[in-house]
Design a protein around this ligand. Structure first.
Ligand SMILES: *[C@@H]1O[C@H](CO)[C@@H](O)[C@H](O)[C@H]1NC(C)=O
Ligand SMILES: *[C@@H]1O[C@H](CO)[C@@H](O)[C@H](O)[C@H]1NC(C)=O
Length: 513
């Protein structure tokens, strides 16, 4: 059975036209590219000719895979963000996105190989661009006259709604950087409006303007980037409604969340022994690759360690802090850990996480409940999604103490809770097509059907129509005219027959009497 499917698949794929595909990934964050890498390599494995502009050249590229490497031009982000959540950290996040968006564009456009590629007028069937903190890549795709597919490794950023006509309303659309999920309080909605304006103002007036100027320095006649962004054929978002909830997406916004997770391999060495011999199971703690646990306050570290000693489970903590290792039989620490293999191990019962999209996706994939402590970026929205989907619970940093953390772990370790998480995971896997196939299918679709736009008309409706201002105007004019006409006719009646109206009234009154 499996063999036939494989054979049919091979026959189908071998008859598919090999496409010339360019991937443009100007952002230098490792966690993003780890996701894209899986998709890009798979495109090459399926026989397409793939060229990738990024900061992460392949060490062992598949056949038909070429890199245009930007590596070394910007220091790659790693392990240096503090575990802190406040308005200041959100304000700084926006500045960080703005600054890196500009810099990523400058570094890429200045690159000699990138310029040569554009000037060679290379023929690409489709260009895949990362959608994150810059629209610079659209300028290059435009010069190559190829259809564009947008791709992201997380949920939508505030500027991604308008360009494709995706409905955005603070009342039910979770805001990337803030708490509240799909059911924010009034206070949270006020917060969202203010930060949404702040983020988008910086994006349009600083990043996008700067990128437009950067492109103009090297290439001529590039239309406004926002217009090019609106012309992309598809946007492949790293959502799936089982986790991120039922969203309002047009037909050309496709959910492909989950494709990066690989098969769990058996653990080995001391880690294998530690996990295999955990009679009461294991809880895994990791705050990802850019948030440093060293910047957790002393009290918070103490609270976590107290929970470690109180619960019967063994713990694995991604942290190379050797001083923690007093309790050798309870806690295992290391600076790097095989996360997928740990989450995929049957003894792993829970995941204490910062709610990054990568780790959250891996947890839902293997059905491991999460205790989420969101810090920055999309994590507050992911944390809310984790709670709303039933995948886990949240403990905000400000509430992190022994009691709250214990309560959160007890809740997710409960048999009923874990049963529910297994159901969530089952639903997550139950799709008409695996997410990697979906991502590749729509990429190829964009290359096959170049003469169409799949953009919803909603994206092009001017604001005055969106808010019905013109219709309200028509009705208002109508009402004004109607009222005017009535008043005029009354006045005319009165002036023609003075006294008649009062006579009538009086006669009515006398009839009643
Ligand atoms: C594959 O892409 C590279 C780089 O863009 C190009 O030089 C090469 O000619 C392409 N190969 C084929 C077979 O189209
Ligand atoms: C797109 O339209 C042009 C002009 O009508 C035509 O030459 C071309 O073959 C069409 N492309 C596809 C993929 O149908």
């Amino acid at each position: 059975m499996n063999l036939t499917i494989t054979l049919v698949f091979l026959v189908l794929t071998s008859t598919v036209r090999s496409l010339n595909i360019l991937g443009i990934f100007p952002y230098h964050g490792t966690s993003h590219f780890l996701v894209f890498r899986v998709y890009l390599r798979e495109l090459a494995n399926r026989g397409h000719n793939v060229t990738v502009i990024s900061h992460f050249p392949e060490k062992n590229p598949p056949a038909n895979y070429q890199d245009i490497s930007l590596a070394g031009t910007i220091e790659v982000l790693k392990d240096d963000m503090p575990v802190e959540k406040s308005y200041t950290s959100i304000i700084n996040t926006a500045l960080f996105l703005t600054f890196t968006g500009k810099e990523n564009c400058e570094v890429m456009v200045k690159n000699k190989q990138v310029q040569d590629l554009v000037h060679s007028k290379a023929k690409f069937d489709v260009v895949v661009v990362e959608q994150f903190n810059s629209d610079c890549a659209f300028g290059i795709a435009y010069k190559l006259k190829a259809p564009v597919v947008g791709m992201m490794s997380h949920i939508l950023m505030p500027w991604h709604y308008q360009r494709l006509g995706i409905p955005y309303n603070t009342a039910y659309v979770p805001f990337h950087f803030l708490e509240g999920g799909t059911k924010p309080s009034l206070y949270q909605r006020v917060e969202r409006v203010l930060f949404d304006v702040y983020f988008r103002t910086l994006y349009y007036f600083v990043t996008q303007r700067s990128d437009q100027n950067t492109l103009a320095r090297y290439f001529d006649e590039i239309p406004p980037l926002d217009q090019l962004a609106g012309e992309m054929k598809f946007l492949l978002v790293y959502h799936n409604f089982i986790l991120t909830g039922s969203r309002l997406f047009p037909a050309n916004v496709i959910e492909v969340g989950g494709y990066h997770v690989s098969k769990a391999k058996p653990l080995n060495g001391t880690l294998k022994k530690f996990v295999d011999e955990a009679k009461h199971g294991v809880i895994y703690i990791s705050f990802g690759s850019v948030i440093s646990p060293s910047s957790l306050s002393h009290e918070r570290v103490k609270a976590i360690l107290e929970v470690v000693s109180e619960l019967p489970q063994r713990f694995i903590w991604k942290w190379n802090n050797k001083t923690l290792l007093k309790a050798q039989d309870k806690l295992y620490t290391d600076s790097w850990l095989p996360q997928v293999d740990i989450l995929g191990h049957p003894n792993t019962l829970a995941f204490f996480s910062h709610a990054g999209m990568g780790g959250t996706t891996e947890a839902i994939h293997f059905g491991v409940p999460i205790v989420a402590m969101p810090v920055l970026g999309d994590q507050p929205a992911n944390g809310a999604a984790i709670e709303e989907s039933g995948l886990g619970v949240q403990v905000q940093i400000r509430d992190l103490n022994k009691e709250n953390l214990l309560a959160a772990f007890r809740k997710v370790l409960d048999v009923k809770f874990r049963e529910r998480v297994k159901q969530v995971s089952k639903a997550w896997h139950d799709r008409p097509m695996p997410p990697l196939d979906t991502a590749i299918y729509w990429t190829e679709f964009a290359a096959r059907h170049t003469n169409f736009t799949f953009r919803t008309a909603a994206a092009d409706v001017p604001l005055y129509q969106h808010f019905y201002l013109d219709v309200i105007c028509v009705f208002s004019i109508f009402v004004v005219i109607l009222v005017g006409a009535i008043r005029l006719s009354l006045r005319v009646c009165r002036s023609k027959s003075p006294g008649k109206a009062s006579e009538k009234k009086q006669s009515k009154k006398s009839k009643r009497a």
